[in-house]
Design a protein around this ligand. Sequence first.
Ligand code: PBG
Length: 324
Amino acid sequence: MFPDVRLRRLRKGKIRNLVRETTLSVDDLVQPIFVDETIDSPVEFSSMPGIYKFPLSDVAKEAKEISELGIPAVILFGVPASKDAEGSSSWGEIDVIQEAVRRIKADLGDELVVITDICMCEYTNHGHCGIIDFETKEVLNDPTLEVLGKIAVSHARAGADMVAPSGMMDGMVEAIRQALDLNGFENIPIMSYAAKFSSSFYGPFREAADSGCCFGDRSTYQMDPANSNEALREVTLDVAEGADIIMVKPALSYLDIVYRVKTEFGMPTAAYNVSGEYSMIKAAAANGWIDEKKAVYESLISIKRAGADIIITYFAKDAARMLK
Ligand code: PBG
């Protein structure tokens, strides 16, 4: 007559808290910061309400605010004053990211983990993530590796705590590991964007970082959204090359990949809740179609449930305030 098992018994009131399987903590979060060398006051992105690019003069203040919310880490993206075909404004001693790292570290020291994104797309005038053969319009893998090593060393010299290569070149982790070790930075960890898919959800970021491609797209180096086994091969390689943390990107449409990567490798695993995922929630909430706070919590807890230890998200500050 009566159901013996009633799962609803544990769904009431605070009992619900007792049986919660996954928790979200401020310690899981990484806030991205955009630093733009060409501006002198913060500029909000039209496609990402609430997200700004900061001039160098304001970056330490922003980092402090993030740190005071309890968020342990930031990841930095740079918009340089000048771009060329070789992305040569990415590895200089006083380029935008190197300066930003120095300013944040001078103010905050070890209070905040400063991670830097290592990629050429924000620094090249063609917007691709590497050196181009202009005849074939191809991104050249091996010549790009050398540049990535140089960028990583310059970030480490400026004081970065961790580097995160995002360009999906084959061998990028090994090239960066060797360059760092050769220069005395053997203790700087690498968080590799190991399984980065060629995704439409990066749209707002490309507007924000002014890093769109002027010809072709990134599908010759970023992964096909249809593939899952290939993501595991990417991770296998990056782990063998010395990656310390493995990232899956984007997050929400790729939770199966997060789950497989976490279960098969047991590595510290990060997921990047990307710009488009942010903008969609913001746009729907602005229209009154969804409850923003609930949608943010549900997204982030789902990413945790899938197996991520670290979530890079534009909602980090909002989530930190919610969790307080
Ligand atoms: C650089 C890079 C991108 C993102 C992070 N690093 C852009 C891209 O590959 O086009 C995307 C982040 C986001 O959409 O939030 N290669």
